[in-house]
Design a protein around this ligand. Structure first.
Ligand code: 13P
Ligand code: SF4
Length: 305
């Protein structure tokens, strides 16, 4: 069976779209309507006229799509694809964190469950975290769950104290300072592009820091020919594919071949086909959680940053 053809046929029959994060296996792009980072995909989820959204990403991303399109059917091909960082905080320890730091607005990274979003003031993604924190005009801000994105925001803002929860992304934390120094030695002309989920000592060494989509845009526009990429492998696979197909003559080198998010890679064309055919693995969110979490994420989108 030609899975790509069959999935595209099913999409038409069912008025469905497929939203794909750029850490997914690259062949999934062949059936995708939109491919990008968390912010871009959230915007696409809130604007669509489709009846069904299949989310090729991890659990919190599908939940966010449901928050933004509560009347649509949102399907996740692999229900076990959680985000290790999002799972590091639960409502109980969020409450303790807030009690320890009372009367301070809480910003939550989109890499969090709907239950966490329901208990925070505003959401952000890696591409707009600085602007979201700034928009609060507060002397102190709590930032959950990613301590490293929070610390990165702090380096960009002088007038606010960013107090971070201690979550992290195990995939991005694998990237070490010595790997960056070696890459500099081996590829002296290649800019090093780094995701802000990396350790702050690694982020400090970057030529460019950005979300997955920002990294891809920077690389496309740059007149350099070689690039070191310090984020998940899917970004490098897509950049090298586009360079080959579109004749950019550029080479993208993954800082370390183990920078692979296991949850993102659980998905496959077979699972997408099965999910869409049988309309299974539907995301549901309890009404009380949905309304508060929706407010949190919509506040971010309303800022338009
Ligand atoms: P982006 O906001 O860059 O899409 O990142 C999401 C993510 O999970 C990174 O690990
Ligand atoms: Fe979560 Fe890290 Fe995977 Fe992103 S790369 S989905 S933060 S575990």
């Amino acid at each position: 069976m030609d899975l790509i053809k069959e999935i595209n046929k099913l999409k038409k029959e069912k008025n469905a779209i497929i939203l794909t994060h750029c850490y997914q296996n690259v062949e999934i792009d062949e059936v995708s309507d939109f491919v990008g980072d968390s912010l871009y995909l959230s915007k696409m989820a809130s604007n669509t006229n489709a009846d069904i959204i299949v989310f090729a990403g991890v659990y919190f991303m599908a939940q966010s799509a449901k928050l933004l399109s509560p009347n649509k059917k949102v399907l996740l091909p692999e229900m076990n694809s959680g985000c290790a960082m999002a799972d590091m905080i639960d409502v109980e320890n969020l409450k303790l964190f807030k009690e320890k730091n009372p009367n301070i607005p809480v910003v939550c990274y989109i890499n969090s469950t709907a239950e966490i979003k329901a208990n925070c003031d505003i959401c952000c993604t890696s591409s707009n975290a600085i602007d979201v924190v700034k928009s609060l005009n507060a002397p102190k801000v709590l930032f959950v769950p990613d301590t490293y994105l929070g610390k990165y925001v702090q380096t960009k803002l002088n007038n606010v104290e960013v107090i971070t929860f201690n979550g992290f992304c195990p995939t991005h934390l694998r990237i070490r300072v010595d790997e960056i120094s070696n890459a500099r030695k081996n590829y002296p002309n290649a800019p090093i592009l780094i995701h802000p989920e990396c350790h702050h000592d690694v982020v400090k060494l970057a030529d460019f820091v950005g979300s997955t989509k920002e990294i891809m845009e920077f690389a496309k526009k740059s007149d350099k020919k070689q690039f070191i990429i310090a984020t998940e492998k899917g970004v490098v696979d897509r950049l090298n594919r586009d360079s080959k197909n579109l004749g950019w003559g550029k080479e993208f080198i993954l800082i370390d071949e183990n920078i692979i998010c296991p949850s993102m890679k659980m998905n496959s064309l077979e699972k997408i086909y099965d999910t869409l055919l049988n309309e299974k693995n539907e995301i549901t969110i309890a009404d009380d959680v949905l309304l508060s979490a929706q407010k949190c994420i919509k506040k971010m989108l309303d800022l338009n940053v």
